[in-house]
Structures are given as C-alpha cells and as structure tokens.
Write a protein that binds this ligand. Structure first.
Ligand code: NOJ
Length: 578
C-alpha cells in the first residue's frame, strides 16, 4: 500500500472557545502511582509512601510532569483504599502524614507536581460518621448524612428501590438496629463497605471543603475526583424499572449518575482551588453518557480536566480512533478545556493485553498474543503522546507490562471479583507490583524476602526497570525518548487540533504545526507494512525497534519535491520531522 500525504488539512477539530493562557496542566503528562504496587519501602510486601518518595527521581528522569496517587488514606481496604475511614490520615500500611509531606516536598524539589485522590461519593463503613449513625439507630442525625431508608415489603425486607451496585448485587444493604432487630437499609453504589454520602446535607459539603483545604495546605497540586458524576442522586431516589443496569452505564441517563446538581459542587471547589497559588487542579473521573456531558464538568468555573474513557475503550482501529479524537477535541475545545488521553489505569486491563486480544474489552482473562499486544501498545503510546492536551500514564505501562491474567482465585483481592455480576472483577491483573530490578520476585519492589501482595510472574525479570534501562529497543527507553521529545517540542502537547492528512485505510496521519519545523505522526494500524510519501524531513522516533526505511520517492529521483517514501511496519507509529 502506498499513499502520498497531502499537506492540506482535512479537518481542524476543536473550535477554540477562549484564548486563555496556557497553564501547566493543559499539556501535562501525569503518571498514576498506585501506592500499593509501586514500591515497598519497609519490606512488608505492600507499597508505601516512603517507597514512592525514594523512586521519585525515576519519574523525574522518565520525563513526566506530575504524579497522581491513588488513595493512601486510613482505610480498611475493602476496595483497595477507595473506602476511606479518615480523609485526613494516612493509613499506617502506607506510612503517616510526615511521609505524605515528605513526598510532596521531594516531588516539588524535583520539579514534579502531586495530585491526590479524593473520594467524595462514599466513605468506608468504618468512617466515624457511619459508625455513629449505625450506633444511634433510626432518627440519628448522622443517618441524614447517608442514604438510610426503610425497606419495602410487609416487613421492610426488600431494598428501598431497584438500584444495582456497580460491583454487582443490590445497591442497598440492610442494617441491624442497636436492639438487634432487622432495620433500615443504606445505599452503596459500590461495595457494602462503601456507604454513599448524602450530598443534600450541608455537613457533607462543609466536610469536603475542609478536606480539600487540608491537602491543599499540605502543598498538593490538585485532586483526582473519584466518581465525580455520582455525588448527587435524583430526588426521591426513583426506580430505574429494570435490571442489568450496568449495561447502561455511560450510555443512558441514570438517577444516580451525572445529575445536573453536581456542577454547583464543583463550582464551589473551583473557588477553593483558585484561592491557592500555583494553579491547583481538579480532575474528574466522570462516566457520562456522552463526551459532551463530560465537558460540562470542565466549564471555565468548574474542574480542569476529565479522564477520556471513551478514548481508553476505543479498539485498535484507525476509523474509530480518528472519530474519538475528533469528538474529544471538539467537545473539550467547546468549553476551553484541554482534551485528555489515557490508555490504562488501575481499573482496566492494561492496554498491552487489551490490544493482544482480537475482541478487546477492559476486563480480560486472556493473555492473547503478547507480542502483537506490545507492538500495538507502543504504537498507541506514540499516537497518544502526539495529540494535543494532557496524557495520563499508568505505572508500569512504560515497561510494557501486560495484565497478569492467570492470578489464582485465592490471591485475588478485588471486591468486585467476589460479587456476582459486577462490572469489574479482574482488576487485580493490572495491580501487580512493579518489577524494578533483579531476577527473583519481588524484583526490587521491596527488600529481598519482603514479597509482594499480589504474586509477580517469573517472566517479569526481563521487564524490570534495570533490565530495560539502556536498551534502545526497550519500551522504557521508548517512553523516555518520547517524553524527552515532547519536552523539546512544546507544541506537541499544546494546541487544540490536529490536521488530518489523507492516508490509506487503516492508517492515521496528522500534522502538528508549530512543533519545531513541522511534525507528522504516522500510525499504521494494519497488519501489513504501508509506504507513505512524506514531503521530506527525517524520522524522530519509531515505536518499532528498527527505524523506518526511507528512500527518495518517484522512482529513485533524488529531487526533494517528490518527497520521501517511508515504509511503516505493521502496528507501528512514527514521529516524523518535516
Ligand atoms: C473508581 C476507582 O477508580 C475504583 O478503583 C473504585 O473501585 C471506584 N471508583 C469506587 O471508589
């Protein structure tokens, strides 16, 4: 297949809504640290904050701008820390507040920003408010801060409505009253250990404003807001009317998600963020029926960014990617927000494994064709990092880690694995601790003999940071080179549009003006090599181990007017300077 790339842009997405100054977060590369699995400082097999702090120079050298830490707060860990018992304490398993302070200061000294996770939709059933609410029984003022209701049926034996938990089963659990009788029910959109707050209650608002200030005062640069779309529930908690509601999530309006009332909350939080110096940011984890609904969270007086889950869920398909890129740029551009791009996180099958499987999916059990998956994952990374806006990396993707798809059931810890018909269930596979060095588990994750809370595969010795460092063919060095180039060519992350160039089916080609003398990103998503003719220039980086073959076009004529024929291998992306 051969194609001459025309210089004429086919579409310039994203009409700019405002010309606000470019801020650090608009094109930041933000690296997600999952504290349980990043680095274990004390040898108990569980990652911790001192472990993260010790490894921050690695992240600085990798070339990221900021770190987002999943929750490390006091928690019984019913949902790996997304069940918070005390929002102002560090769980002893991760260290203490001094360790958090140390982490933030060290990161800042290295030029890295720190974003922490905020979990406002629900807390832990071990949170003081909830314990007191249970203790005091019906009529307790503390019960109003949650959704307690009488059950339906002659004896209150049925849940108050038909809502289903994201993790499977009903979204309600019945309590036993202090006198031992079966009592009221409470709402939990996730595990029973995660009661939902009632955001109609002023004390809940007050509490979270105070929690925001607590972490901002400690110096953090912002928040990733868990279930940002869930805080407000439709008045009266109306029935949905049918089961298997999970299938509708993200595509149909739900009375417990994406209610308009959430926006007032974020307007209030934005005012708090703006009181602090240094551009502190809010990032929404918002699953909405459309990308346009997600953009509403990013209006100028609300949050700064939202995860682009539609992009994450898009298969390895040129037309589908082209469409989602245009759609994302247009929707975010309309509110003046940067688009974001993400391929992996702690809730989904890593993209090296997703792309290894013919049918894709975010909760996979099959390892698939690993070589193919890695090839595509590397190409997908170069595509993502060439797009305008901000990109999120998930720890270990820079090592090309696959999901561990064969974890035995007895070591699994994801609560959704244990609840029938839940949305997820295989999230442990992307949470296996990182291999840093050595030939035996825990591969430098912690001190020798310390183990790791999820077992690491034997094959990970060759994927460790130490094994890949200095090997130009390694995925780690590819990430380092790509991030270094992104810094050298600031226009790569900036802007709000791409200029699509005509390309054969299965190939994506776009131009990013202003990136040095001109920049092309060429991605061959087909299973065969393609030959494209570019108007001169030179390769900057290839996702394949070998640089692309490039010869003068037009039957060998050396005339540069004819351009250069570049052969792009199957499932490969190339950055090209013109
Ligand atoms: C989204 C988080 O990413 C996920 O890990 C968690 O289980 C749910 N929210 C509930 O907090």
């Amino acid at each position: 297949m051969s194609q001459h790339l025309s210089d004429a842009p086919r579409s310039a997405a994203a009409p700019a809504a405002d010309a606000s100054a470019r801020d650090w977060w608009r094109d930041a590369v933000i690296y997600q640290v999952y504290p349980r699995s990043f680095a274990d400082g004390n040898g108990d097999g569980m990652g911790d904050l001192p472990g993260v702090t010790a490894r921050l120079p690695y992240l600085r050298d990798l070339g990221v701008d900021a770190v987002w830490l999943s929750p490390f707060y006091a928690s019984p860990q019913a949902d790996a820390g997304y069940d918070v018992a005390d929002y102002r304490e560090v769980d002893p398993m991760f260290g203490d507040l001094n360790d958090a302070d140390d982490l933030v200061r060290t990161a800042h000294a290295l030029g890295l920003r720190v974003i922490v996770d905020l979990v406002p939709n629900h807390c832990s059933d071990q949170h003081e408010w909830f314990k007191q609410a249970l203790r005091e029984g019906p009529g307790s003022a503390l019960r109003d801060r949650f959704h307690f209701r009488a059950g339906k049926g002659a004896h209150g034996e049925l849940p108050p409505n038909d809502w289903e938990s994201i993790f499977g089963g009903p979204a309600w659990t019945r309590t036993t009253e202090p006198d031992g009788t079966p009592g009221q029910w409470y709402l939990h959109l996730f595990a029973p250990e995660q009661p939902d707050f009632n955001w109609d209650h002023p004390a809940v608002h007050e509490e979270f404003r105070s929690v925001l200030r607590f972490w901002l005062d400690l110096g953090t640069d912002g928040f990733r807001i868990d279930v940002a779309h869930g805080l407000v529930k439709a008045a009266g908690l109306p029935d949905i009317g049918h089961s298997e509601q999970l299938a509708l999530l993200g595509s149909a309006p739900m009375p417990y998600f994406d209610q308009d009332g959430v926006h007032e909350i974020y307007r209030g939080w934005r005012r708090i963020l703006d009181e602090y110096p240094g551009e502190r940011i809010g990032v929404a984890e918002a699953w909405t029926p459309t990308i346009e609904r997600a953009a509403l969270y990013l209006r100028p007086d609300e949050l700064h960014q939202a995860f682009n889950f539609e992009y994450l869920a898009t298969p390895w398909d040129a037309a589908a990617l082209h469409k989602v890129i245009d759609k994302s740029l247009a929707a975010m551009g309309a509110v003046g927000a940067p688009a974001t791009w993400v391929l992996s996180n702690h809730d989904v099958t890593r993209h090296a494994t997703r792309f290894a499987n013919p049918h894709g999916g975010t909760q996979l059990r099959e390892a698939g064709d690993r070589e193919l998956g890695l090839r595509r994952a590397r190409a997908a990374t170069l595509l993502m990092l060439a797009l305008p806006g901000s990109a999120y990396l998930y720890q270990g993707e820079e090592l090309g880690l696959p999901d561990v798809t064969d974890l035995p059931d007895e070591v699994r810890q994801d609560p959704s694995f244990f609840r029938a018909a839940g949305q997820d269930g295989f999230r442990d596979g992307c949470r296996v601790p990182i291999p840093w060095s050595g030939t035996e588990p825990p591969y430098g994750f912690g001190p020798e003999g310390g183990g790791s809370w999820l077992p690491q595969p034997a094959s990970w010795a060759q994927l460790s940071v130490a094994a890949q460092t200095g090997d130009p063919a390694s995925t780690l060095e590819l990430y380092r080179s790509a991030l270094a180039l992104r810094r050298e060519l600031p226009a790569l992350g900036a802007g709000r549009s791409v200029q699509w160039l005509d390309a054969p089916e299965g190939v994506l080609a776009f131009r990013r003006d202003g990136a040095g003398d001109g920049f092309l990103c060429l991605v061959n998503l087909t299973a065969e090599p393609v030959v494209l003719t570019v108007p001169g220039g030179r390769p900057l980086l290839s996702s394949a181990a070998q640089p692309p073959a490039a010869v003068p076009a037009a039957g060998g004529s050396p005339d540069p007017v004819d351009g250069i024929e570049v052969t792009i291998a199957a499932d490969t992306a190339i950055w090209w300077a013109i």
